[in-house]
Ligand binder design. Structure first.
Ligand SMILES: Nc1ncnc2c1ncn2[C@@H]1O[C@H](COP(=O)(O)OP(=O)(O)OP(=O)(O)O)[C@@H](O)[C@H]1O
Ligand SMILES: [Mg+2]
Length: 190
């Protein structure tokens, strides 16, 4: 079935272009914090945005999954299709998962094409572990959590992200603003 209402129509109706901001970075890097700030900037600019947050998806849609490589892949397989639907609906979605594996991110990029914007939320493991906002690093070091990214599971840094924000050098507000400006330059928002 070819539906009558197209992405182009929905984009026009919302006065923006639906797109997927695919954040990647260590736990504690600042993905959720920056997404929250960016979401507010977008709403203030009269845009239509939504955060697809790792913790919320893990608690619901992916509550049957663990953190081994296969389940991480399955988790991102699901979310890339959810993001595709949001994009088709003309929404600017902000996807905040660790997304540690290059191959899984590539699958999202391949699916979403020009609507995939990879944003590397950069922080050293040392600083992320110092922040430890959820106490997860401590638990991973104690052996209470297995397959924790940066501890006993790898993080593969993005090779060619569209954007890098360094949360050791820029505040969360500055990071959010840099991403917002990128969306303006690329004419996803006015
Ligand atoms: N420049 C910055 N940008 C973002 N967060 C920062 C910055 N400086 C300090 N922080 C702090 O770092 C922490 C980042 O936690 P946050 O939950 O956003 O990380 P996350 O990447 O979403 O992690 P997780 O993958 O576990 O969900 C927060 O406590 C935040 O206040
Ligand atoms: Mg988070």
């Amino acid at each position: 079935m070819n539906f009558s209402i197209t992405k182009k129509f929905r984009d026009k109706q919302k006065n923006q272009r639906g797109v997927v901001l695919w954040f990647t970075g260590l736990s504690g890097a600042g993905k959720t914090t920056i997404a929250n700030e960016l979401d507010q900037l977008l709403i203030a600019n009269k845009n239509h945005s939504y955060i697809l947050d790792g913790d919320i998806v893990r608690a619901g849609l992916s509550s049957d999954l663990f953190f081994n490589k296969k389940d991480r892949e399955e988790n991102l397989r699901r979310i890339k299709y959810v993001a595709q639907m949001f994009c088709d609906a003309g929404i600017i979605s902000i996807v905040t998962f660790i997304s540690p594996f290059t191959a899984d991110r590539k699958k999202a990029r391949d699916l979403l094409g020009e609507y995939y914007i990879e944003v590397f939320i950069k922080t050293s493991l040392e600083i992320a572990e110092k922040r430890d906002p959820k106490g997860l690093y401590k638990r991973a070091r104690n052996g209470e959590i297995k397959n924790f990214t940066g501890i006993d599971s790898p993080y593969e840094e993005p090779e060619n992200p569209e954007l890098i924000v360094d949360t050791e050098k820029q505040s969360s507000a500055e990071c959010a603003l840099a991403i917002f400006k990128y969306l303006k330059i690329k004419k996803f928002v006015n």
